[in-house]
Design a protein around this ligand. Structure first.
Ligand code: F6P
Length: 328
């Protein structure tokens, strides 16, 4: 088993609330185990540009409550090239770093896997950090809970004004190709309809449902549109529906990047701590090319390859059906 003495940690791709608690856990677990720790700034970009610094246990003081990531993040196309990877490898070797914890989503893991297959003397563990909740091998990803709570808070406010004016609101939420935020937020806010990439909604049914509810007994209707929905964004769908329901006052809200910010929830602080702690312990046990994830309240390892290829993340069919029935 390759002995590890110095590890690096980075956050990459879209930031997610909970990344800071995770960085803190990585740093302090490593130091507890007499490892040296290096923080890499701006994800793979910093790895290529050699933007790194030594971290000690005080480098991560008072960050549990902070959204974003103290290490900063980036989406780095250069790391997809052989030259980019080679420079990154050389930088790690120059610093005598023998293991890497990469916190991020599927783009981050794709890079991590390619890199660790090419340069097998650097052990790599991935931590699922994305608000999209779309990685196989972890029921929840870091940031999903906080982001969903942020969405709920916003939609509850929109419901107040929608109700006051008897309006229908189309609200677009993030998630890339995943409808996880839309579904959870939709159930939590009693949305009249939830449009998800995972399940095609017939627009004629949506119109019929809105007519049925809004024109008979409801004083407001909320339609949540996941950004990856096949019909296009909230504006496009509102336009189509508006043509059929000319006598209904329709408004559109795109929640956008506010969903990514804010102080992490208790759930994400604990999850970040558990995943960071587990990532370092996995490295100490000689693991590599794995992702740490939460399943049935246990932290388990999944092959990075499997985490990437086995998703198509499946949204729960029963929750979709329940949401529809409860919104009548
Ligand atoms: O992956 C997280 C995410 O917030 C997605 O939900 C969204 O589609 C995307 O990132 C937005 O990326 P950017 O901040 O680069 O525009």
């Amino acid at each position: 088993m390759q002995k590890i003495s110095k590890i690096a940690v980075l956050t990459s791709g879209g930031d997610a609330p909970g990344m800071n608690p995770c960085i803190r856990a990585v740093v302090r677990t490593a130091i507890y185990n007499n490892l040296n720790v290096v923080g890499i700034k701006q994800g793979y970009k910093g790895l290529i540009e050699n933007d790194m610094y030594n971290m000690d246990k005080r480098s991560v003081s008072n960050i549990l409550n902070l959204g974003g990531t103290i290490l900063k993040t980036a989406r780095c196309l250069e790391f997809r090239t052989d030259e980019g990877m080679e420079t990154a490898y050389k930088n790690l070797k120059d610093q005598n770093i023998d293991a890497l914890v990469a916190i991020g989503g599927d783009g981050t893991f794709t890079g991590a896997l390619r890199f660790s297959k090419k340069y097998t003397d650097i052990a790599v563990i991935g931590v699922p950090g994305t608000i999209d909740n779309d990685l196989y091998g972890s029921t929840y990803t870091l940031g999903f809970d906080t982001a969903t709570n942020t969405v709920i808070e916003a939609i509850d406010k929109i419901r107040d004004t929608a109700d006051a004016h008897d309006r229908v609101f189309f609200i677009e939420v993030m998630g890339r190709d995943s409808g996880a935020i839309a579904l959870r937020a939709g159930i939590s806010c009693g949305a009249e309809a939830i449009l998800l990439p995972e399940k095609e909604t017939a627009i004629k049914d949506l119109i019929a449902d809105l007519k049925d509810g809004h024109l008979t007994s409801k004083s407001s209707s909320i339609v949540i549109v996941a950004e990856g929905d096949k019909h296009g964004g909230a504006y496009d769908i509102a336009k189509i529906v508006g043509k059929e329901l000319a006598n209904i006052d329709i408004k559109v809200t795109i929640l956008g990047h506010l969903q990514r910010g804010g102080s992490p929830s208790s759930f994400d602080r604990v999850l970040g701590s558990r995943l960071g702690y587990a990532a370092v312990n996995a490295l100490l046990k000689g693991e590599s090319q794995k992702m740490v994830g939460l399943r049935a309240n246990e932290i388990l390892l999944t092959d990075l390859e499997e985490a990437l290829t086995s998703h198509e993340f499946k949204l729960e069919e029963d929750l979709m059906e329940m949401a529809h029935i409860l919104s009548i």
